[in-house]
Design a protein around this ligand. Structure first.
Ligand SMILES: Nc1ncnc2c1ncn2[C@@H]1O[C@H](COP(=O)(O)OP(=O)(O)OP(=O)(O)O)[C@@H](O)[C@H]1O
Ligand SMILES: [Mg+2]
Length: 379
């Protein structure tokens, strides 16, 4: 049984944590419990510590630094509205998560269970990180739309456990689609050789829907010299800190796409209902297969599906040699949301939510039927 220590959290939050089955929950409500040693009570041996709003942010950050110096394995969680500034300062101090005080019991259970699961019990595979690369040989087919909205759907089930990386290194537009004004971008992550994962966490922007974003470069020259090794290292660092890493890529099979695929558990090939796009998607799948870069989770998202195209989903499947489980219709609501810096899945009667929930289920439950790109079922 794991031990969860609550430090200065509000009573309603404390009650929700205390209701979680399978954990011993101990409260240290008074600020005095944080001093004079600034250590969790040594008799408790906590696995997870929630630090709430009963202490100032400065005090909470100092506490985390001191405690983690002695117990680096402790999982520290700051309970505070996760604004961009707070998330950055908290990550710098060593907090593993920043969660909103209103987080419900189901999400708390997921967080605590995920952090305290004993790898010896063999159940860790279900929470092994998933790295999902969204790719397409063609431009403008909906990769970024898919990546940002898929991230939001994943975050709804696993708040603050999802990070989206904009690896469209030339013309990345994730920040614009999410109306973020990042202080740092992916360029900072490649700035020097010895960048560690804690530093990378400080570069992340936060989105109000409960996920992190490593925003893209501001110009095409900024990442001209980035190597495959740097990409692989970045993706692997973030997958060590997050349950889900979603990667948006640029059109084609550029170095950054191939390198991120080396770290990937899943690829989402975005295509459209026209012969040229389907053919190029098929070719891209063939090339990735030949290079050994097709991860085991393979998903095709057919975007802008429209009956008037003269092709059916079945025709598309025949051309691709892969089943299509995610079909997104053509919809003004999707384009409008993007133009307003909103998540389409967050708007009313949006046509993206259901298809992306199906895709999310495929990814999280590994329900994908694995086929080769020629349509043969893999054994
Ligand atoms: N199903 C859809 N219905 C209507 N508009 C859509 C749909 N999907 C995407 N769009 C719009 O199409 C445009 C291109 O989408 P998006 O930027 O996601 O494509 P992309 O593949 O990332 O492009 P690029 O290759 O330039 O990075 C955007 O304006 C987006 O809002
Ligand atoms: Mg894009």
């Amino acid at each position: 049984m794991s031990t969860v220590l609550l430090v200065a959290v509000d009573p309603a939050f404390g009650e929700r944590v205390s209701s979680l089955p399978g954990h011993r929950v101990v409260s240290a409500d008074r600020q005095a419990d944080l001093s004079p040693s600034d250590e969790p009570r040594s008799d408790l041996h906590p696995d997870v510590v929630f630090v709430g709003s009963g202490v100032s942010e400065e005090r909470a950050l100092t506490y985390a630094r001191n405690v983690l110096a002695d117990w680096p394995d402790l999982v520290m969680v700051l309970v505070a509205p996760p604004t961009r500034g707070v998330a950055r300062r908290a990550a710098k101090a060593g907090f593993a998560h920043v969660i909103d005080p209103a987080t419900d019991a189901a999400d708390l259970a997921r967080l605590v269970d995920g952090e305290t699961r004993d790898p010896e019990q063999g159940t860790v595979a279900s929470v092994a990180p998933r790295v999902v690369v969204v790719a397409s040989p063609k431009g403008g087919v909906g990769k970024t739309t898919t990546a940002v909205n898929l991230t939001a759907v994943l975050a709804a089930a696993a708040p603050w456990e999802v990070v989206l990386i904009d690896l469209d290194l030339q013309f990345g537009d994730v920040a614009s689609m999410l109306d973020l004004r990042p202080e740092h971008t992916v360029v900072d992550a490649f700035a020097s050789e010895g960048v560690d994962s804690m530093y990378v966490r400080t570069l992340l922007s936060t989105h109000a829907e409960g996920f992190y974003v490593l925003c893209g470069a501001t110009g095409p020259a900024d990442c001209a010299d980035v190597t495959g090794d740097q990409i692989r290292k970045l993706v692997s660092q973030l997958s060590a800190s997050f349950r889900y890493v979603v990667v948006d890529t640029s059109a084609g099979l550029l170095e950054e796409t191939l390198s991120s695929l080396e770290e990937a558990s899943d690829v989402v090939m975005v295509t459209a209902l026209d012969v040229a796009t389907l053919r190029s998607a098929r070719k891209a799948l063939d090339v990735l297969g030949d290079l050994g870069l097709l991860p085991s989770g393979r998903h095709v998202l057919l975007n802008r599906a429209d009956r008037r195209a003269g092709l059916s989903v079945r025709d598309a499947e025949r051309m691709l040699g892969l089943p299509i489980t995610t079909v997104v219709p053509m919809s003004d609501r999707i384009a409008l949301a993007a133009n307003h810096g909103q998540l389409a899945v967050g708007t009313k009667r949006n046509p993206l939510r259901k298809p992306l929930q199906v895709l999310t289920a495929e990814i999280t439950e590994s329900r994908t039927v694995h086929h080769t790109h020629r349509g043969e079922k893999l054994s």
